[in-house]
Design a binder for this molecule. Structure first.
Ligand code: SF4
Length: 496
């Protein structure tokens, strides 16, 4: 067990140490910059800080909890601390491990919103604020090493100043369970650290090497597995091998969230929850139904982190059966999905396996079917599509506009994101605001109109059984109304 003055402190900035009022969709709000409502109100609405006990967060990002669990397993003295309470814990710190998702706002959602508002996104502001805080500087002066990791680690290849100036000592990129102990031991022994520590797919841990989390995760997130079998060209996950957790491991992590964290909510996480337990792109009915029956017997509500339109479209009956299990306890559930493009030609070029078990050229129809099935099942997609993919033509954009039109009556959010060079396309150029043409503008406005059209009914569904939170619901409705007005004003100017 850790002592009160541990040598290793783990933390993350405020935008990550939040449960987003128990709605992961609101987490998208951290990608926006300051806007038309005061920062204090915006921060409360979209990323309120999690509760703490003596400065220790009641829940923390899942990735950070995995690192904590691995270090505890190897006998290190480690604590995860809320960023607002670091001052009580840094006295003896020799390593400060910082988890990050999007440290400089280079992720697709933040890049897009930053270019619209021409300001730095909240998540980048809070990351730089944490790194530059007097407490971290003081700890650094006293010899502590700063080690950063998490899904946003790739961004330090594009912005190197913090490493060049030795403000950050090491950035770890990849699945770290098998190497983090050795790295932290070197740091504790005062050995020199590499500025970048890259973990290859070959070094990725096997399922049996991944420890269970020891403390609750944000919104009860538990992993179902890692990797993805679809291999889209623009995605970082492509390089990771596909592995699924056995059911008993998932149940143990749920128990950590329910028994220690007293959580009523669980978020099932994988790149495609519909493919749980499957070695390919065809859902395994038995495993998926069994998983949901067990999970729903243990918690009040669930959400999915991600699923694919193709898996949904391939098994409408299975989705209906899942919805019958899930909707016994909740009005709807959500998942992020990648819509990416409405163009069959582009789909074939950059994501040939995304439509599997259907053919790549059937992608637009697969997407329409998937949206329809999700609407009927009250599975609400927060869909993202990519603006400015390499080789995108005007015809591709028109096809995407048409697809967004076709799914207008399906309950969903659709978020357009600028292309960011990742995965096998990492050497391509970034898509910049200056390249936005009239068709892109039409597409982006159409997505905004679509999402704002559905926001009110989603809010009504979300707050249906939470009468005590009506003021919060009204605040979101006022925010959505203001956003709608701003977008319509911009639209009337831009599309003249
Ligand atoms: S974009 Fe989604 S479906 Fe495609 S490789 Fe990445 S995780 Fe898999």
């Amino acid at each position: 067990m850790p002592t009160n003055n541990p040598e290793i402190i783990l933390t993350a900035d405020r935008t990550l140490m939040s449960n987003y009022h128990r709605n992961e969709f609101l987490g998208f709000g951290t990608c926006a910059p300051s806007n038309f409502i005061p920062d204090v109100l915006y921060s409360y609405l979209f990323f309120p800080p999690v509760g703490t006990k003596k400065g220790l967060p009641s829940e923390a990002p899942y990735g950070l909890r995995k690192i904590e669990a691995q270090l505890l397993k190897e006998g290190f003295n480690v604590l995860t601390v809320s960023p607002q309470h670091l001052k009580n814990y840094l006295g003896n710190a020799k390593i400060i491990g910082i988890h990050t998702m999007d440290p400089f706002g280079f992720g697709p959602a933040s890049t897009t919103l930053a270019s619209v508002f021409q300001k730095e996104p909240f998540l980048a502001r809070h990351f730089s604020g944490l790194i530059a805080s007097p407490l971290i500087r003081e700890a650094k002066k006293n010899g502590a090493k700063i080690i950063v990791g998490g899904p946003g680690a790739w961004q330090f290849r594009y912005r190197t100043q913090l490493l060049d100036k030795k403000i950050i000592d090491c950035v770890v990129e990849g699945e770290a369970e098998n190497v983090i102990g050795k790295l932290f031991k070197s740091a504790l022994n005062g050995e020199a650290l590499p500025s970048h520590f890259d973990i290859t797919a070959k070094e990725a841990p096997k399922i049996e090497e991944i420890p269970d989390i020891a403390q609750p995760s944000i919104n009860g997130l538990v992993e179902l597995g890692r990797g993805c079998c679809r291999g889209c060209e623009f995605c970082n996950v492509t390089v990771r091998p596909l592995r699924w957790y056995p059911l008993d491991k998932i149940v143990r992590e749920i128990a950590v969230n329910v028994d220690i964290g007293k959580q009523q909510v669980i978020c099932l996480h994988s790149e495609d929850v519909m493919l749980y337990g499957s070695p390919n792109a065809v859902p395994n009915d038995e495993k998926l139904l069994n998983l949901h029956e067990i999970v729903m017997s243990k918690v009040k509500t669930i959400s999915w982190s991600h699923c694919s339109l193709a898996a949904v479209a391939s098994k409408p009956k299975l989705v209906k059966q899942l919805s019958e299990i899930i909707l016994q306890k909740q009005a709807w559930w959500g998942a992020e999905i990648g819509l990416e493009t409405g163009s069959a030609t582009l789909a074939k070029k950059i994501m040939p396996a995304k439509a599997l078990p259907f053919k790549a050229e059937e992608w637009p129809e697969v997407a329409r079917q998937g949206f329809g099935i999700m609407h009927d099942s009250k599975l609400v997609p927060a869909a993202t599509l990519i603006v400015g993919l390499p080789e995108e033509t005007e015809d591709d954009i028109i096809k995407t506009v048409e697809l967004v039109d076709d799914v207008r009556d399906c309950r969903s959010l659709i978020v357009p994101l600028f292309f960011v060079p990742l995965g096998r396309l990492k050497n391509k150029d970034w898509f910049r605001e200056a390249q936005v043409n009239k068709l892109h503008e039409e597409l982006m406005f159409k997505c905004a109109e679509h999402s704002l059209r559905w926001v009110d009914s989603l809010l009504d569904m979300s707050f249906a059984d939470k009468g005590y939170r009506i003021p919060l619901k009204q605040a979101y409705k006022v925010f959505a109304g203001l956003a709608r007005r701003q977008i319509r004003q911009a639209e009337s100017i831009e599309l003249k």
